[in-house]
Design a protein around this ligand. Structure first.
Ligand code: PCA
Length: 198
């Protein structure tokens, strides 16, 4: 089994994005799962182009996209991607779409096809803070998650896919965060769970 795992470049004026830092530290293999990684720009116009190119290159069985979300110190296994773009802040190209669909005419939502509940249970078994999340927001992460699931549902190359939101790395006192090692272990645990459920 081959898995493509992606992380995002920093956004919103920050210098670090925990998602790409963690993805870069993944080993080349986790048990029977071969790991390929890619970085995505935090850009509405460029992210899905980069993701589709990485998928066509790697031809993975599983795709896990990872992004950073600042509000809580938990790993959020996303269940639902919605066909809505509504930006609180500009992306890295200065674009700030509001009230527009990711894909005009596409379904209102797609559901992750990775075993989300088993993934959360596996994370809890590793004593990592984790929850099943019903919304990946309406910014670039949801845009990529929706585009990913649309590709999985309609493209020629078939694969299972999902999205994980991770907290920022520890920096300011009292801000929600998770150490890098825990985030790497969390991603590894989800890929192991996906490898078991085939
Ligand atoms: N998080 C943003 C986009 C890139 C990232 O890492 C989001 O949650 O939409």
């Amino acid at each position: 089994m081959k898995a493509l795992v992606t992380g995002f470049e920093p956004f919103g004026g920050e210098e670090i994005n925990a998602s790409i830092e963690a993805v870069r530290r993944l080993p080349a293999r986790i048990g029977a799962v071969e790991i390929v990684t890619a970085g995505l720009p935090t850009s509405y116009t460029r992210s899905l182009v980069a993701l589709e190119a990485a998928i066509l290159r790697a031809k993975p069985d599983v795709v896990l996209c990872v992004g950073q979300a600042g509000e809580r110190a938990v790993l959020r296994v996303e269940r639902v991607a919605v066909n809505v773009q509504d930006s609180r802040i500009p992306d890295n190209d200065g674009a700030q779409p509001m009230d527009t669909p990711v894909i005009p005419g596409g379904p209102a939502a797609y559901l992750a096809t990775l075993p989300v509940r088993a993934a959360v249970a596996a994370l809890h078994a590793e004593e990592l803070p984790a929850e099943l999340s019903m919304s990946a927001g309406t910014f670039v992460c949801n845009h990529v998650f929706y585009g990913l699931m649309h590709l999985a549902a309609t493209g020629k190359h078939r694969f299972r896919a999902g999205f994980l939101h991770v907290p920022p790395l520890p920096r300011e006192k009292d801000a929600p965060s998770l150490p890098l090692d825990d985030i790497v272990r969390g991603i590894t645990t989800i890929l192991e769970a996906a490898g078991k459920d085939r």
